[in-house]
Design a protein around this ligand. Structure first.
Ligand code: C2O
Ligand code: CU
Ligand code: CU
Length: 567
């Protein structure tokens, strides 16, 4: 069993390995000193409180190709007719680098689009212009622990934190967003999110549609009050299921529409909602052609009747409008589906809310110009460095990510989030490739998890098998099935999906099962109730604490988050 001193030693050792960790070390040691150590500790107390570190400064030995000042501050933007809406906003200013690094989306609260090249050395100076602490995470990028925006690196109002890293990812669309501890959902929802697009030579050689023919579509849902102000007030029910809005915004714009020419386009789609899951399809039955996912291009395009897109996931969609007439239009919709929410009925729904799993439009595309030239869809896209299960360090003993749901307690491996207190199964060797199994841990299904004497009441209850499949809970006097879908996100390197299996009554599952793209590199994967997913994830290059969590951000903020300690 880990004790405080051991964890502390381990932690200091890890953070000492990064450049910035070295400068932060004295402060960190002091912070941890002051935390009342010694004697027995209780795993579930504040024993491993998040330290407050001195913001990292620029390193004189780092010579950036690109340098960006990234500000986050309150702003006021017209979104709906009438009053402007108060938001929080990222704005990027180029200090060094080529002009196409930064693109602002006009009239949008969404952060500037940041475009980077693989191999570039990047410095980003994060300026906290909010009245509260914040920290920014580069979701999808493979960067050292101390550059990853772990909430321990949060900065106060007025402070500046310097990030320095090399872009190691292949071409892909990534996300930058707030990762402020227990306020990620709120800060992202109020506007602190944006897209980072990485380009590389392999992608460039494909000559995919670019410039005005490559269009980001960041899909979010928001709730507005009668004065057009954003409402974010998750109550008991909406913390469990996720907070959902009454309006769908694309790129921060309500009733988003797009004028196109009759040719091929590349849509870079991101789900930037806190909890809403979409089932994307074209309204006229045109299949959805997917050329990439979270971690970049697929090897070959996949053609689907519809595609599921959960919070944190991205899709690279090829849409060819050639042959369509001037004046015609096509709508990107979310189709009806079932099975992602607990069976709690309409309880707690607010007025106007667009129900998750109902059918609604997302954006309308109008063909403005008839043209004859177009790009052709390449049948071979990019190479993916693949691993077999037999290449992993633990082919017969996957590391567990066991999800359990209970009223107000969304847990992973039977535990809420704990700073720097990894379970044995959460300690992995740097350089290894691990097999990981994501599953619903109910009843006696807590496979691979060792309970210790500190196990809390909830765990004893669950592992004792008294609670049956589905994480039954008492609410409002009745028993209900709380199992639901969770988009599980792992920081660090992308992973491959090795298998997905489902058992049970598939009536609801049948409404989503054709919508998963498992052939590409991922950093977020949606697990449906009664599903088990095996993934293969490398833990290369960097030691330290790397978060993994549910990207239903209400769940994340409730503590459905853990850390891998890469050692
Ligand atoms: Cu997109 Cu840890 O988050
Ligand atoms: Cu992330
Ligand atoms: Cu979740």
């Amino acid at each position: 069993m880990s004790n405080f001193n051991e964890s502390r030693r381990r932690f200091l050792k890890q953070t000492g390995l990064g450049v910035a960790g070295l400068t932060a070390l004295p402060t960190l040691a002091k912070a941890m000193e002051g935390m009342g150590m010694g004697g027995m500790h209780n795993r579930h107390s504040a024993e491993m409180e998040m330290p407050k570190l001195t913001p990292t400064k620029a390193s004189p030995n780092f010579h950036p190709d690109v340098e960006i000042d990234l500000f986050c501050k309150p702003a006021s933007i017209p979104i709906l007719d009438g009053s402007k809406t108060s938001v929080l906003q990222y704005t990027a200013k180029l200090v060094k680098g080529s002009k196409d690094t930064i693109t602002d989306i006009p009239n949008s609260f969404l952060g500037s689009i940041i475009r980077l090249q693989k191999g570039q050395k990047v410095r980003i100076n994060l300026h906290n212009g909010l009245s509260v602490p914040t920290i920014t995470h580069w979701h999808g990028l493979h960067v050292p622990q101390n550059m990853d925006g772990h909430p321990m690196y949060s900065i106060d109002s007025g402070e500046v934190r310097v990030y320095e890293f090399e872009v190691m990812n292949r071409a892909s669309m990534n996300i930058y967003h707030s990762h402020q501890h227990s306020a990620t959902a709120k800060q992202f929802y109020l506007g602190l999110g944006g897209a980072i697009i990485v380009n590389d030579a392999e992608e460039a050689a494909l000559e995919l549609p670019s410039g005005e023919f490559e269009i980001p579509l960041v899909i979010q849902d928001k709730q507005f009050d009668s004065d057009n102000q954003l409402v974010y007030s998750p109550m008991m029910h909406s913390k469990m299921t996720g907070f959902v809005g009454d309006k769908i915004l694309v790129n921060g714009i309500a009733n988003f529409g797009l004028d196109v020419s009759s040719r091929a386009y590349r849509f870079r789609v991101m789900n930037g909602s806190t909890s809403r899951i979409y089932k994307l399809a074209w309204d006229d039955g045109m299949p959805v052609t997917v050329i990439g996912v979270d971690g970049g291009l697929l090897e070959q395009p996949e053609v689907k009747p519809y595609v599921m897109l959960a919070p944190g996931e991205r899709l690279d969609v090829w849409a060819d409008f050639s042959g369509r007439n001037e004046g015609s239009s096509i709508t990107l919709k979310s189709l009806a589906f079932a099975g992602v929410l607990p069976k709690m009925g309409m309880m707690g729904m607010h007025k106007g809310e667009i129900p998750v799993g109902s059918e609604y439009p997302i954006c309308t595309i109008r063909v403005k110009h008839k043209v004859s030239e177009s790009h052709k869809l390449p049948m071979q896209l990019a190479k993916i460095k693949r691993h077999e299960i037999s290449d992993t360090a633990n082919p017969n003993n996957p590391l567990p990510i066991g999800i359990s749901e209970a009223p107000m307690a969304m847990l992973i491996n039977g535990r809420p989030y704990e700073f720097n207190n990894p379970l044995p199964s959460e300690r992995v060797k740097m350089g290894s490739v691990q097999l990981i199994e994501i599953f619903h841990a109910h009843g006696g299904d807590m496979k691979g998890m060792k309970m210790d004497n500190n196990a809390n009441e909830h765990e004893k209850h669950e592992s004792g098998g008294e609670m049956k499949r589905g994480g039954m809970g008492m609410m409002g006097g009745g028993m209900m099935d709380l199992s639901m879908a969770h988009p599980i996100h792992l920081h660090g390197q992308s992973f491959e999906i090795a298998s997905r299996s489902f058992s049970g009554d598939s009536t609801a599952y049948d409404t989503v099962r054709e919508g998963f793209i498992d052939s590409g590199l991922k950093d977020t994967v949606l697990i449906m109730p009664m599903e088990r997913i095996k993934i293969i994830k490398p833990f290369q290059d960097f030691k330290g604490l790397f978060l993994y969590h549910c990207h239903n951000l209400e769940h994340e903020d409730m503590g459905m988050m853990r850390e891998f300690s890469v050692e």
